[in-house]
Design a protein. Structure first.
Length: 532
C-alpha cells in the first residue's frame, strides 16, 4: 500500500490532519484511499478504525473551515424534529436532524465536506439544509438514541421470541378488562415488550421508566450503572405506565399512591423471567421501576460466585451444620439474595423442610415454602417466624433482620436446632456484631447463635478490551501495596471500551469477606461487651 501512496497528493482535511499532527503522511494517504473506496467520509473512517481521536479531528476540521463545533451532549433531544429525515438517509450519511427553523433544516455532520448528504436530504425533505459540525463518535451515539426514540412512537417492533406474558394473580376483573382494551395499542405493547426483552438480553438488573416535565426516558441498570436507553415522547407516558400496570394487574386508575406487583414473562417453554414492579407518583407522572429476577441465577452454583476456596469451604461448612445463624451483609444490590438462595438451593432436598419470609420473595424455587410479608395485614417478619417455628422447620430464611423482635426470634430459632439464614445492612462483617448489639440483642446470644458472617460487594469486571495502566510506584505504596509485591511485577489495567461492553466493563464479580465466629472470637466479643 505504501508504494501506491506515492501518487496520492493530500489536500483539504487530510492535509490539515497531517499538519496538525493527528496523522502521519502514510497513514493519512492510506485512510484517504480506503475511505474513498468504501465511499464514506474520511473522518468517519478515521474514527471507526481508531486512527485518531474524534474530538481532535472535529476541532481540526473546525479550524480548517472556520466554523465552531457543537457539543451534542449539551443539545436537548426534545428539540430534534420527529420523523424529519428517513432512517435510511440518517444511517447512510451519518447525519442527524437537529432542529427546524421555518423552511430550513439544520443537520449535524462530522465531515463538512459531505455535500452529497445535504443535497440528498434536501431533495427528500423539500427543505433547505444547513450543516453543523459535531464530534463523529458522539454523532453516531446520538443517532442510535434518536432512531430508538423514533421507534417508540409507532415503530413495528419484532417480538417474535416473546411467547407470552403471565401475571402472578388470577383473572382480571371487569375494570381490568376494560382498561386493557383502552391501552391495547399495538405499538405501545410492542415497545414495552421490546424494552423488557432488550433488558434481559443485555443483562440488566433494573429498568427505570421516568417521566419529567417535557421528556420521558428509559434507563437500564447494567453492571450496577444506570444507562439511558430510550427517550419516547412524553405524550406516551400515560400509555406506557398503564400498559405496565395492566401487565402487573395493578389498579391503573390509582395514581396517587405507590403500588407493587409482579410480571412473569415466558421466554420459552422452559424459561421464564419474573419482574418485580413498583410505581411511584412523582411531580410529572408515575415513575415505574422493574427489578429483573432470574430464577436461574439462584442455581448458578457456589463455584461461580467468586468465593476464594477457603471462603467457599467456610460457607459450605456452615450450611452443613444442623443449627446456627448465617448472616449475609452488604448494601442494596450487592448480591445478598443470590448468595442466600445459592445456599438454600444446596440445602433444598426432599428430606429438609425450608421456609422463607421475604419482602417480597424475589426468586421462586420449587421445594421451598416462601412467604411474602405484609405489614398491612399484620404479617411481618416476626409473625412469619413465629408461624414457621410451629411448622416443623429445618431451615429458616429471613429476608432481613430489621428490629429487635425479629432478631430475638431468629436467634432463639438458631439456638433451638434450626439453621437460620438472613441479611443485615452493614458495611463489613465486623460491624454486623456491633449492629446487632445496638439493636439490643445481648452479646451472649450473638456469641452462641451466629456461626458465619459474609460481607459482600459486587465489583465491575473489566472487558477483554482492557488496556495496561502505568502507575507510579509511590502511588502504589500509598494505596497499600508492599515493596515486595511491586518488585515481583504485575500489570494493572484500565477500562478502554468497545462495541461488546459498556464503558470498558462487562459483568460483575463478587468480593467477599467471610468471618467464622470461632470460640475465641465469641469469647472476645462477649468479654468486650461486658466491659462496656
Amino acid at each position: 500500500m505504501a508504494s501506491s501512496n506515492r501518487n496520492v497528493t493530500l489536500t483539504g482535511l487530510a492535509r490539515r490532519f497531517v499538519d496538525d499532527g493527528l496523522l502521519d503522511e502514510d497513514t493519512a494517504k492510506d485512510a484517504f484511499i480506503q475511505a474513498s473506496q468504501n465511499r464514506i467520509p474520511l473522518i468517519t473512517y478515521l474514527t471507526q478504525n481508531q486512527l485518531a481521536d474524534s474530538s481532535k479531528l472535529a476541532f481540526s476540521a473546525a479550524m480548517e473551515f472556520g466554523v465552531s463545533v457543537l457539543d451534542l451532549d449539551s443539545f436537548l433531544p426534545e428539540m430534534m424534529p420527529e420523523k424529519a429525515v428517513d432512517e435510511k438517509l440518517v444511517r447512510k450519511h451519518n447525519a442527524l436532524p437537529l432542529y427546524k427553523r421555518g423552511n430550513r433544516l439544520f443537520i449535524a455532520v462530522s465531515d463538512p465536506t459531505n455535500i452529497q448528504a445535504l443535497d440528498e436530504i434536501k431533495f427528500n425533505t423539500g427543505l433547505s439544509t444547513d450543516a453543523i459540525l459535531v464530534d463523529d463518535a458522539k454523532l453516531r451515539s446520538h443517532i442510535d438514541k434518536y432512531l430508538e426514540s423514533q421507534d417508540s412512537t409507532m415503530g413495528d417492533l419484532d417480538d417474535a421470541d416473546l411467547e407470552g406474558v403471565e401475571t402472578e394473580s388470577g383473572d382480571q376483573d371487569d375494570d381490568g378488562a376494560v382498561a386493557t382494551t383502552e391501552v391495547d395499542d399495538a405499538p405501545i405493547v410492542k415497545y414495552v415488550n421490546k424494552m423488557l426483552l432488550d433488558a434481559i438480553r443485555g443483562g440488566a438488573s433494573d429498568i427505570h421508566f421516568e417521566p419529567y416535565e417535557k421528556t420521558y426516558r428509559v434507563r437500564y441498570r447494567t453492571d450496577g450503572i444506570l444507562k439511558e436507553i430510550s427517550r419516547p415522547s412524553i405524550k406516551l407516558a400515560p400509555k406506557i405506565s398503564a400498559r405496565i400496570k395492566i401487565m402487573a394487574q395493578l389498579d391503573i386508575s390509582e395514581r396517587r399512591v405507590p403500588q407493587d406487583g409482579r410480571i412473569k414473562m415466558k421466554l420459552s417453554k422452559t424459561k421464564a423471567i419474573d419482574f418485580r414492579i413498583n410505581t411511584l407518583p412523582t411531580l410529572w407522572g408515575e415513575k415505574i421501576v422493574l427489578r429483573i429476577l432470574d430464577p436461574s441465577q439462584a442455581k448458578l452454583g457456589i463455584d461461580v460466585l467468586g468465593y476464594e476456596e477457603d471462603q467457599k469451604q467456610l460457607y459450605m461448612d456452615a450450611l452443613a451444620q444442623p443449627q446456627g445463624m448465617i448472616l449475609v451483609t452488604g448494601p442494596t444490590g450487592s448480591g445478598k439474595t443470590v448468595s442466600l438462595y445459592t445456599g438454600l438451593n444446596i440445602l433444598n432436598t426432599p428430606g429438609i423442610n425450608i421456609s422463607t419470609a421475604e419482602d417480597p420473595a424475589e426468586i421462586n424455587l420449587e421445594g421451598i415454602n416462601q412467604v411474602n410479608v405484609n405489614t398491612r395485614v399484620g404479617l411481618g417478619f416476626a409473625e412469619a417466624l413465629r408461624a414457621f417455628l410451629r411448622q416443623d422447620p429445618d431451615v429458616i430464611m429471613v429476608g432481613e433482620i430489621r428490629d429487635l423482635e425479629t432478631a430475638n426470634i431468629a436467634i432463639k430459632a438458631a439456638q433451638t436446632g434450626h439453621l437460620v439464614l438472613s441479611t443485615l445492612h452493614t458495611n463489613s462483617a465486623a460491624e454486623t456484631l456491633t449492629r446487632m448489639m445496638n439493636m439490643g440483642v445481648p452479646a451472649f446470644n450473638i456469641a452462641t447463635s451466629v456461626s458465619l458472617i459474609i460481607a459482600q460487594r459486587l465489583g465491575r469486571r473489566l472487558c477483554s478490551c482492557k488496556q495496561p495502566l502505568d502507575v507510579p510506584k509511590d502511588v502504589l505504596l500509598k494505596e497499600g501495596f508492599t515493596q515486595e509485591q511491586i518488585d515481583t511485577g504485575f500489570t494493572l489495567y484500565s477500562p478502554k471500551g468497545c462495541d461488546k461492553c459498556s464503558g470498558g466493563y462487562k459483568g460483575r464479580v463478587g468480593i467477599y469477606e467471610v468471618v467464622k465466629i470461632t470460640d475465641e472470637l465469641a469469647k472476645h466479643d462477649y468479654g468486650r461487651s461486658q466491659l462496656h
